[in-house]
Ligand binder design. Sequence first.
Ligand code: FHN
Length: 689
Amino acid sequence: MKNQQIFNLFTLALLFLGFSCQPAPNQPVADNLPLTQDERMAWWREARFGLFIHWGLYAIPAGEWNGETDYGEWIRHSAQIPLETYDTLARQFNPTEFDARAWVRLAKQAGMKYIVITSKHHDGFCLFDAANSEFDVMSTPFKRDILKELAEVCREEGIRLCFYHSIMDWHHPDYLPRRPWESNRTTDGADYSRYVAYMKAQLKQLVSDYGDVGVLWFDGEWEETWTHEYGKEVHDYVRSLDPAIIINNRVDKGRQGMHGMTLEGGEYRGDFGTPEQEIPGAGFPDVDWESCMTMNSHWGYNKRDTAWKSTEDLLQKLADIASKGGNFLLNIGPMANGQFPPESVERLEGIGRWMAVNGESIYGTEASPFGIFDWGRVTLKRSMEGFKLYLHVFEFPKDGELRLPGVANEFTEAYLLAAPQTKLAVRRDQDALLVNLPATPPDSINTVIVLECQGPVAIYPLPVVQLESDIFVHQGKMEVEQPALPGVSVRYTVDGSEPTAASATYSAPLFFKESTTVKVRLFNKGQPASGVLAQSLQKVKPWPPTMQKGQQPGLQYAYYEGDWKKVSAMKAGKPEKTGAITGFSLDERQRSDHYGFEFNGLLYIPKDEVYRFFTESDDGSQLFIDGKLVVDNDGPHGAREVMGQAPLGKGYHTIRVLYFEADGSDELNVKWQPLGEQKTAIPPENLSH
Ligand code: FHN
């Protein structure tokens, strides 16, 4: 929160000065100077939209193995298929319908500017004629270098070809660790450094022999054998092969789970963050990032997966991501015959129809200078005379107007991007510009309106408040960031009225003993400059303690084994094991996948206060206090932290944590933060049963 707020004000200053974190795209690159980061990223920032392709031997079983039907590209691991059995799939790989030009043209017509395809996924199978491996496409009946054919067509069609290359390799004898269930596969003689050399040789072949590679998209960096040192080594090696290649942050160890952004301060390598299957709530100023997402629920082809996202949903996700300054990498898992699933083609074509008319509002745009609007999103593009705001209207407001707060610029005109001759009326109301909408939405999914403004961007974001919590037991506290702009002040009211030039000026933290709604607004030389931010602070009664008293230290646990998609399903079965345990430890697990725990006990609360609780888990978790759900972090996902809060009275309260691990990494961290104190693990002495 803090960084974001500082950014808002910092950006405000920059916006006024007309600077931006992103250069005009397609800058000319000086021949003899090292590439700047802006020069390297220019095409990628302009592109905004790419196609992800997960394709390999796993498309043959198409998600099904021994009667189970929910697998994807992890099938060898999840279905525990022995190496020798899985390798026989190579004898069946013969995608006779594969047509590189058809694929590239479908992506191009969808408005995609780059393709990231799995040169090698975790199973170790190479979709190219690997000079140092027989476990490749040339050892299949197909005997064609798929990546070479794609490279040729991408060059001709003006699409950047990029490669997803997995660090984790379940096939190569030197890669460690083995799969936990592969006890019969010896590790004798395995030399991880020799594996790294093998991988570097493949990277060199890909960078040297497959045309002008746009991005090396690493993945599978999470196992403990891959280190920050290796990450730096391979990143710098690729950069030495071609300084223009963009490298994602999964080459190193700084990526934070599925949120995908790089841990700050660790000098972790990577040109962009990689949120996966999620879109960040807000952008990351001055940081490049790309959300990757499946069209249904699987990366690799699963013939039974019908959970297709609608074209409308995908288009609105594209606008949402671009409005936050990110790229969208949308995935297709081709079928074993070499064709895209028809449902994927249908979505590409639908997206292409919209992009053909509105692509200008996505390509080369910058993040919205506003917050999130309930009617849609905003992207921005600068020009010599001023700038254009692209208003992506998903849902027309009932009053027929779009209110854009804090715009100090004068407007030139507004019109439909799809029909520029259709001009729209604009009027000013204090700090805001109001754009009058047509009676009916021209596009039911996303109508783009262009608002052209003069001069450098001078848009005041809403004031930024800092709260420890929006509820309090004893005293509420609110701070407001002071805008570092001459003549700009913060004024506020606590009676629900709109702040005026006569309202109180904010100068120090505000404290409250009763529930209050505070309204805050920026003023510039006595005139309203921003919209109004309303923030409520609620005085609440603490939940009464239970009459139970802790008898024994630690918690009771129940350990389960099975395959679930949410924690509530776990309890349907009988526990494999029960007992007492210190804290929320997973040490009693009997395997590393498909297991779960239920922890129960009493939490001693030392004082009446608001307590925040956090679970960071891979996969799902939930935390209950006194039987009420306080943290909901459920579902299959990578490492993710979710916070909840509860006002608790001094004494014992029941605490219950449910957790399940599907497959891949497993992790559970439970923390608390009494208001005004640091976030820490719950002290063992506060847990009993
Ligand atoms: O394990 C991979 C998975 O198979 C897929 O490739 C995704 C897409 O980026 N990445 C990893 C899961 O986080």
